[in-house]
Write a protein that binds this ligand. Structure first.
Ligand code: C2E
Ligand code: MG
Ligand code: MG
Length: 423
């Protein structure tokens, strides 16, 4: 029996047929598991017909273009699994091939389903000598697939034993987050941004922390992906935004000139039709002039550069918010994006800054990039400035602001106020 929507095999049939094949030890195989990031947002915002169209396009694509595909099925909703015959275990090649296929699939979907450019998560498991249980190997590909969510800089995740640890941590985070608003387990920390020219604090970034039941501080690397996966990140970001609105309001009421505070807006928000309204409403509720709020959007969001995203970002800027592109320099196509990004600020990622400053060629490249960005009137913030040498270099290259441990780590808000606002 085949799946009536896509014509692919049904899951049970896939399992029984692929189960026989993997036991044939004369050839090598891998399992691919794929799903669409935030598929429910496509259904709820564009309708189920559009969602169905996307699923059919993917099925068609896999059947036609996945090289050496043996069997393929849609296991449920937006989840696809395929068994692929390979020559040898070559991770690098799998990365390249997946990247190529994902780009092609994205453009096919964007052409046929207007305005929708979904990100596909891909997990890979290389079938080993001793593997005879098809359910086990499919599970492993799925664990890798889930790890690819929110990990936009790599085209796919290949299963390895340590991924099991990440899976367990995700199971711990969600229940903790559910109760966090009630028991104040979310804290907003602030990290200063320093003017290269005056060396004064001219802004700050709000960064969240989760506190576990023993009082330990959990850093964002351990919870952001889990919250994005579940959609809960939307609540977190709005919590952070209302927190900073309250703080700025308080400063104004106390007669203190506020500094601009930025917060991180997860890519998930862009699937909501009301995100612009919701953000503006919050600023109005606290009566905070929008110029004191900056919205950081991670570079990878702009890779899609869909009209949908560009128009939302423009609406936010029209209202008076500053918008910055975060993590600049970590993705694939940074430079080609510069001209089309509708933003005010570019934040050079700390890994890009560190890597560039290691060699004179890298430093020249960074100098050139900053010059270009300056010429098109973008403000530049360098992240991860840890030493005096780095601060001197990036200031000379023309970066406007610096953020990094040299000046301060992200610290609790009251500490920040005492150190930088009241003094
Ligand atoms: P980001 O937005 O790029 O934030 C900068 C990160 O770099 C922060 O990590 C900060 O502590 C770290 N950092 C700053 N200066 C230095 C330095 O000199 N050296 C080093 N090694 N690191 C430095 P943090 O707070 O762990 O946050 C990590 C990421 O998690 C953030 O990266 C942001 O993408 C995300 N995030 C944090 N809070 C939120 C939130 O409330 N909502 C959303 N959507 N994402 C958040
Ligand atoms: Mg940021
Ligand atoms: Mg950043």
């Amino acid at each position: 029996m085949n799946d009536s929507l896509t014509g692919l095999l049904q899951f049970e049939d896939f399992l029984s047929q692929a189960g026989v094949v993997i036991c044939d030890k004369k050839k090598a195989y891998l399992i691919v598991a794929a799903d669409i990031s935030d598929f429910h947002f496509i259904n709820s915002n564009y309708g189920y017909d559009t969602g169905d169209d996307v699923l059919r396009k993917i099925a068609e694509f896999i059947t036609m273009y996945l090289p050496n595909m043996v069997y393929c099925c849609r296991s449920h909703s937006d989840h696809f699994i395929a068994l692929v015959c390979i020559e040898n275990v070559d991770t690098e090649r799998v990365f390249q091939e997946t990247q190529r296929l994902k780009e092609r699939l994205s453009s096919i979907i964007a052409e046929t389903v207007q305005g929708v450019a979904p990100n596909i998560n891909v997990g890979i498991y290389f079938v080993r000598e001793g593997d005879t249980n098809i359910i086990d190997v499919v599970d492993k590909a799925n664990i890798a697939r889930r790890t690819n969510k929110g990990n936009y800089n790599i085209p796919c995740v290949v299963y390895s034993e340590h991924l099991m640890d990440i899976k367990e941590s995700s199971a711990k985070i969600l229940p903790l987050f559910e109760n966090s608003f009630r028991n104040e387990a979310i804290r907003v920390y602030l990290q200063p941004k320093i003017s290269s020219e005056t060396k004064k604090v001219v802004g700050a970034e709000a960064l969240s922390r989760l506190i576990d039941s023993d009082g330990n501080v959990i850093p964002p690397v351990n919870f952001i992906a889990a919250l994005e996966k579940s959609g809960k990140i939307v609540e977190l970001d709005f919590y952070v935004l209302s927190f900073i609105c309250k703080l700025i309001r308080k400063w104004i009421d106390e007669g203190v000139e506020p500094i601009t505070i930025s917060f991180n807006l997860s890519r998930i928000h862009f699937y909501s039709n009301t995100v612009v309204e919701d953000i503006c409403k919050l600023a109005e509720e606290y009566n905070v002039p929008p110029q004191y709020i900056e919205i950081e959007v991670t570079e990878s969001v702009f890779f899609e550069a869909s009209e949908m995203i560009v128009s939302k970002v423009n609406a936010l800027r029209d209202y008076g918010f500053k918008v910055s592109v975060d993590d600049f320099g970590t993705g694939y196509s940074s430079l080609s994006l510069i001209g089309v990004l509708p933003v005010d600020v570019v934040k050079l990622d700390k890994s890009f800054v560190k890597e560039s400053l290691k060699s004179s060629r890298g430093s020249d490249l960074m100098k050139g990039i900053i010059k270009i960005l300056n010429e098109i009137h973008l403000e530049i913030v360098c992240e991860g400035v840890e030493t005096e040498e780095e601060a001197t270099a990036v200031s000379e290259y023309g970066c406007d602001e610096m953020q990094g441990y040299l000046f301060d780590k992200p610290i609790p808000t009251d500490e920040f106020e005492n150190k930088y606002i009241k003094s």
